[in-house]
Design a protein around this ligand. Sequence first.
Ligand SMILES: O=P(O)(O)OC[C@H]1O[C@H](O)[C@H](O)[C@@H](O)[C@@H]1O
Length: 254
Amino acid sequence: MGPQSYPGKSKTRTFSFKKSVFDNKKAIRGGIPLVFPCFGPWENGPQHGFARIKRWKKESEAERVNGRISISFSLEDDDETRKMWNYRFKLVYTVDLGENDLKLTLTINNTDSKPFDFTTLMHTYFRCKNIDDVRIQGLEGLQFTDKVAGGTEAKEERTTVLVDQNYDRVYMNCDPGKIKVDCVGNGKTSVALSLSNLTDVVVWNPWQEKAKAMSDFDDEEYKTMICVEAGCVSRTATAPAGGSVSFTQTLRLC
Ligand SMILES: O=P(O)(O)OC[C@H]1O[C@H](O)[C@H](O)[C@@H](O)[C@@H]1O
């Protein structure tokens, strides 16, 4: 689940795929799916966990304050989630939209009497006019795991990252206020990320061959999307019994 479009200045900035259907079985490809409690392949359940395929409830009515609109949704454990992962929890996701920014906060409440470990991520799909123009700033000097190269680690040397092939990298220990994605939306827009507790950023585009093999991906759609996903995935986070942990990403048009 996640906002399916980000209508800053009346233009759609995030991306939804033509072939995506929400059926509670498979994740939607587009918007900002929420990954929890496991990023990547998961031995107990579906890839990236169950949060993105479950139907969430409205937690509060939409509220308009000082030109912003905000609404919260929640997801609690049920028989199905406990079969995969035997913990009680309540996730609260707050979407707070201003004229030029979108603030997304995921709070993971552990309602159980034992602590649990998890990984989580906001899997943002940005729409772009042309992937060849997209540039990502703020990754220079970071260690990354290259999943396409079998999980090898390397250091990013470039000040500006462009994606021109099958790309799946987990950048670690990111500066929470430095990452910026240029030339998204209409091709002239930049979006700056401001992160709290989300220390990793995954950059993903499956490129031509891999996209062709994916049933919910049109053959040419890889050219008009880039995923820049803020998460806590290279290490697990812990929610203590009865406690909570919050993660925030703000996307600001600049
Ligand atoms: O196809 P999905 O389950 O939605 O995952 C899409 C992608 O998500 C992340 O970016 C992972 O790093 C990739 O390895 C994965 O392929």
